[in-house]
Design a protein around this ligand. Structure first.
Ligand code: KIV
Length: 252
């Protein structure tokens, strides 16, 4: 099982980090047995597993419930759990309490949170100080959907400078890795070159130190995938055919 330190060393050795999301025991078991390095219990589970419109309604109790199931299915991969909207933004104390609950109650090794603005960076530094491994997430941050939508970020020079500064500040605060979501490939490459911790890209080109996808998108289980998500199998069609075949058997 890689720990966060070993994951950082992947960057030095040139090994790309293979990361995917999981939301239950069965999916976690399959991903882990297939050799995925890092499993994220992402707050995307709000949409792919719980049918919410976006990630905002997800509660800490809900993600803990799912993370416990994922943990039971994993023998090798590093497990990172998202901190849901408003379980960390209001104060450093709240962030430490929420992250502490995740580590204590689920057995996961790290948490992920969105944003690289100064107050968040201060909070992260304190979380790391008390022993909580933190992964950052900048670029398209779905918890800010009502401000940013799901548009690509980092298109203007100002925005690019802001993202580069945020990545550097997050590294200084002690995050062990940063997710770069839906930003131009050349910007992701530049950020990856500037940092000594690994970047994990989603819709950020091939030059990040690892890649992550929402597993439901990769499997074709979601109705609409984001433009950058490659669908590797159309499981929705396969399941529909299987259910129709079963239905025909029952009826005859
Ligand atoms: O919630 C999630 O699945 C994520 C990934 C998109 C990185 O944060």
């Amino acid at each position: 099982m890689p720990n966060v330190r070993q994951l950082v060393q992947f960057k030095t050795s040139g090994k790309k980090i293979v990361a995917l999301t999981a939301w239950d025991f069965a999916i976690a078991q399959i991903l882990d047995a297939a050799g995925v390095d890092l499993i994220l219990v992402g707050d995307s589970l709000a949409m792919v597993a719980l049918g919410y419109e976006n990630t905002l309604p997800l509660t800490l109790d809900e993600i803990i419930h799912h993370a416990k199931a994922v943990k039971r299915g994993v023998k090798s991969a590093l497990i990172v759990v998202d901190l849901p909207f408003l379980s960390y933004q209001t104060s450093t104390e709240v962030a430490i309490q929420s992250a502490g609950r995740i580590l204590k109650e689920t057995g996961a090794q790290a948490v992920k949170l969105e944003g690289g603005y100064p107050k968040m960076v201060e909070t992260i530094a304190r979380m790391v100080e008390v022993g909580i491994p933190v992964m950052g997430h900048i670029g398209l941050t779905p918890q800010s959907v009502h401000q940013l939508g799901y548009r690509q970020q980092g298109k203007t020079e100002d925005d690019q400078d802001r993202l580069i500064s945020a990545a550097i500040a997050l590294e200084r605060a002690g995050v062990f890795s940063i997710v770069l979501e839906h930003i131009p490939a050349d910007l992701a490459k530049l950020i990856s070159e500037k940092l000594s911790i690994p970047t994990i890209g989603i819709g950020a080109g091939v030059d990040c130190d690892g890649q992550i996808l929402v597993t439901a998108d990769l499997l074709g289980m979601t109705i609409r995938q984001p433009p950058f998500a490659k669908v590797y199998v159309d499981l929705r069609a396969i399941i529909t055919q299987a259910v129709q075949a079963y239905s025909a058997d029952v009826n005859s």
